[in-house]
Design a protein around this ligand. Structure first.
Ligand code: 0O2
Length: 212
């Protein structure tokens, strides 16, 4: 059984590793050109087996149809400083030639009932294996740092309460979601000020590096 899961998950692990390198590379390219990077940082994970089984049960997905029906076994997250950066990142993803976008879900203009905000892009990614090419589905979640903070906290609480939040926690999470939204709004308003300061800071760091 373990061997079966290892074999099944191997292309997903490979895809996550490759995508992390590729998408982190986009940030480096912006930096090398002295431009503001719309990507702050990138993370990735393969969904744990227990979560795959859990989701398959909840969504009535037969285990022999996981490949076609579970889109986030390979998951990548791209964090941005500003809400507007998300559009730039999505545009950059649309222009790439190393995968095909199969679906986009905009939970930013249409946030989820929980208060969750993020932009999801589902891709079909070709993994090269010794047995030839294998296309797998992967989900890229693009969000601001504030959206990520909220989602991370809510996810841990969700785990603790199995989605059945006590009313007071539910209300606080709603208020926290609203606060995260306002934080994004405020930061957007002083975006140019912040970027100018960051550019000065990185020029100073570079100069220090040259002195060494
Ligand atoms: P994990 O642990 O992150 O892997 P559904 O389950 O119907 O909402 P579906 O159809 O798979 O989801 O697609 P969706 O909603 O585009 O993507 C689901 C993933 O988005 C979740 O994966 C979370 O990562 C994230 N997400 C969606 N809604 C919420 C939310 O209300 N709160 C938080 N914190 N994250 C959310 P998993 O499998 O639930 O979990």
């Amino acid at each position: 059984m373990v061997k079966h899961w290892d074999l099944f998950l191997a292309p997903y692990k490979q895809a996550v590793e490759e995508l992390k390198v590729k998408l982190k590379g986009m940030r480096t390219q912006f930096e090398m050109q002295g431009l503001h990077s719309p990507i702050e940082f990138v993370t990735g994970r393969v969904k744990p087996i227990a979560s795959i089984l859990d989701k398959a049960q909840k969504k009535n997905i037969p285990l022999d149809q996981l490949e076609e029906k579970m889109q986030d076994i390979a998951g990548i997250r791209m964090m941005c400083q500003f809400v507007d950066d998300i559009k730039t990142v999505v545009e950059l993803l649309r222009r790439r030639k190393d995968f095909e976008i199969v679906e986009e879900r905009d939970y930013i203009t249409q946030k989820k009932e929980s208060g969750y905000r993020s932009y999801h892009v589902v891709i079909r990614y070709p993994v090269q294996t010794i047995d030839g090419e294998k296309n797998i589905l992967a989900e890229i979640q693009i969000r601001t740092l504030a959206m990520n903070f909220w989602a991370t906290i809510e996810h841990s609480l969700n785990y603790k309460y199995s989605g059945r939040f006590p009313e007071d926690i539910k209300a606080r999470l709603q208020r926290a979601a609203e606060a995260a939204y306002l934080l994004d709004e405020e930061m957007s308003k002083i975006r140019f000020e912040i970027q100018e300061a960051q550019a000065v800071f990185s020029r100073k760091q570079e100069a220090k590096g040259d002195e060494r």
